[in-house]
Design a protein around this ligand. Structure first.
Ligand SMILES: C[S@@+](CC[C@H](N)C(=O)[O-])C[C@H]1O[C@@H](n2cnc3c(N)ncnc32)[C@H](O)[C@@H]1O
Length: 205
């Protein structure tokens, strides 16, 4: 019963406050706790549709910030001049080219709320998730600046431990966080990865 009340609370709140999804409150909680975003930041949001993370990010980074959202699904345009959305599969995206087209050197923050489409066939799903994670890791390696922050929803529970270990080599600090707005029945958790190391430092550890 409690779970449904919680679901309704965040769902209704999102409707009342004009957010496109309850996920907005997950990112707000992450921000309140870890302060990953700041005014003027350049941010990349992976798996951005329907757009509630983008709404929260745009409000924080303001007019001086720049935001790019990527999703395989289309997204109804948001009323922010500094938000660009690109419809594509992250596995087929050349992030360097995307940054070049948008005159960006590096992102300050990358968020990834991707939920893979699962078939229920574990062999197929594991392959899909593996490819997805490789693609996300490449984006972080090529697109996120040193000292930048990365937030990823852990949709790969089986491989969670390994990924968490890998991320600890790349970032100074990695925290596991379960927002209140995340359904308690769901195994969803977020990894909050702070302060990307210099490449030489990340190879040492
Ligand atoms: C939970 S939703 C994201 C919600 C979003 N953060 C928000 O606040 O509105 C997950 C998204 O991941 C996207 N997705 C799944 N696989 C993807 C892929 N390979 N490349 C890009 N986006 C993908 C889905 O289309 C879906 O829109």
């Amino acid at each position: 019963m409690g779970k449904f009340v919680l679901k309704d609370t965040f769902f209704q709140k999102a409707k009342q406050e004009g957010y496109r999804a309850r996920s907005a409150y997950k990112l707000k909680e992450i921000q309140n706790r870890f302060h990953i975003l700041k005014k003027g930041d350049k941010v990349l949001d992976l798996g951005c549709s329907p757009g509630s993370f983008l709404q929260v990010i745009a409000d924080i980074v303001g007019q001086e910030g720049k935001i790019i959202g990527i999703d395989i699904l289309p997204l109804t345009p948001l009323p922010y001049k500094n938000v660009i959305t690109v419809m594509c599969d992250i596995r087929e995206t050349d992030i360097k080219e995307l940054m070049h087209i948008r005159s960006l050197q590096r992102f300050d923050v990358v968020t990834c709320d991707i939920s893979p489409n699962l078939s229920g066939i574990s062999e197929v799903d594991n392959k899909n998730i593996g490819e997805l994670y490789q693609a996300v890791q490449k984006v972080v390696s090529e697109g996120l600046r040193e000292g930048g922050h990365f937030v990823i929803k852990s949709f790969f529970s089986d491989t969670f431990k390994g990924i968490s270990i890998e991320l600890k080599k790349i970032f100074m600090r990695v925290s596991v966080f379960k927002p209140m707005a995340s359904r308690s029945a769901s195994s969803e958790i977020y990894l909050i990865c702070m302060n990307k190391k210099k490449p030489a430092d990340s190879q040492r550890r």
